[in-house]
Design a protein around this ligand. Structure first.
Ligand SMILES: N[C@@H](CCC[C@H](N)C(=O)O)C(=O)O
Length: 303
């Protein structure tokens, strides 16, 4: 009779690997955060991230985010896996959450600024006395679907709408990169404006995300203008689907709003999960995003 195979020590160790995590949310955009500063390689693989993000069989989240060892003199590095296992360059709500997580005590107030290395360059979150986090997100990059161009302040008035046919309609899109790609629409080529309540996100979102004009896929923002300093936005995220908020998406929305002449440089962006304040500062061409980040719970999970 064949004996049942005895698992090797290595297999046992892998089965039993417990990963400590904290789940945070920024306006309902929720993440599983892991302190990975002891080693360069994330302790969770993209495949394991998909399982951890599953809302029925896992912890549940829009992504898994790692604080990694410092690079280039920064305080630490950040990487993220989307809930589909893909790796984006940046995450605005996520970096606010990570900044509070790394600061230690989730109730810590005003712990000062951090310098974080990301795949989108250097990003600087600062914890505010009221518990919110203000992030210097760096400079936006304006690009059409294929040719990236660094956006200079002197080009601030340029209109960059491009027509894109999706679902039998011609959408006017402005594409802005915050390190990760965003396609923003305020309306259709026939002159009609977006009403966010009438957008069928699950129906239409994937048709933008996987449109061949976006070789790296895209995040898509549908924006309704309430005033020059106040917009509503819903988002279909690359690799995560409909989320309650998207920080990089809110930043890209205000850049597009300024370029298309809809908004001022300082603007409140209302998302399904709540408001973010965005300022595209003229003096340095950087975008500053301010919003909340809250601990949901912490624990340990076997991967
Ligand atoms: N929710 C994030 C963006 C996360 C990355 C995005 N799904 C992508 O693939 O680019 C944010 O708050 O910015």
């Amino acid at each position: 009779m064949q004996q049942p195979a005895t698992p090797s020590r290595r297999q046992v160790a892998r089965c039993a690997a417990a990963v400590k995590f904290a789940k945070y949310q920024g306006l309902g955009n929720d993440f599983i955060l892991v302190d990975n500063r002891h080693q360069l390689e994330p302790v969770v693989t993209p495949e394991q991230a998909v399982k951890l993000c599953d809302r029925n069989f896992g912890i549940g989240g829009d992504g898994v985010i790692f604080a990694l060892p410092s690079e280039n003199g920064t305080d630490y590095s950040m990487r993220i896996f989307n809930s589909d296992g893909s790796e984006p360059e940046m995450c605005g709500n996520g970096i606010r959450c990570l900044a509070r997580f790394v600061a230690g005590d989730p109730r810590a107030r005003g712990a000062g600024a951090q310098l974080v290395h990301t795949l989108a360059g250097l990003i600087q979150p600062a914890l505010l006395p009221d518990g919110q986090v203000c992030v210097d997100m760096g400079e936006p990059i304006l690009r059409g679907p294929d040719v990236p161009t660094t956006l200079q302040p002197t080009q601030g008035e340029a209109v960059v709408q491009q027509k894109l046919a999706v679902d039998g309609k011609e959408w006017l899109m402005t594409c802005v990169s915050m390190g990760n790609p965003h396609a923003i629409t305020f309306g259709l080529a026939d002159g009609s404006s977006i009403k966010v309540d009438s957008i069928d996100l699950p129906g239409i979102g994937p048709k933008f995300e996987h449109n061949p004009v976006f070789p790296a896929r895209t995040n898509t923002e549908f924006v309704e203008v309430l005033s020059r300093s106040h917009v509503r936005m819903v988002v279909w995220e690359r690799g995560a689907g409909a989320t309650l908020a998207c920080g990089t998406g809110a930043c890209a929305t205000v850049v597009a709003g300024v370029l298309e002449g809809h908004t001022d440089r300082s603007c409140q962006v209302d998302l399904p999960g709540g408001p973010l304040h965005i300022e595209w500062r003229e003096s340095d061409n950087h975008i500053y995003m301010t919003g909340p980040a809250e601990l949901v719970f912490a624990g340990s999970v076997d991967v």
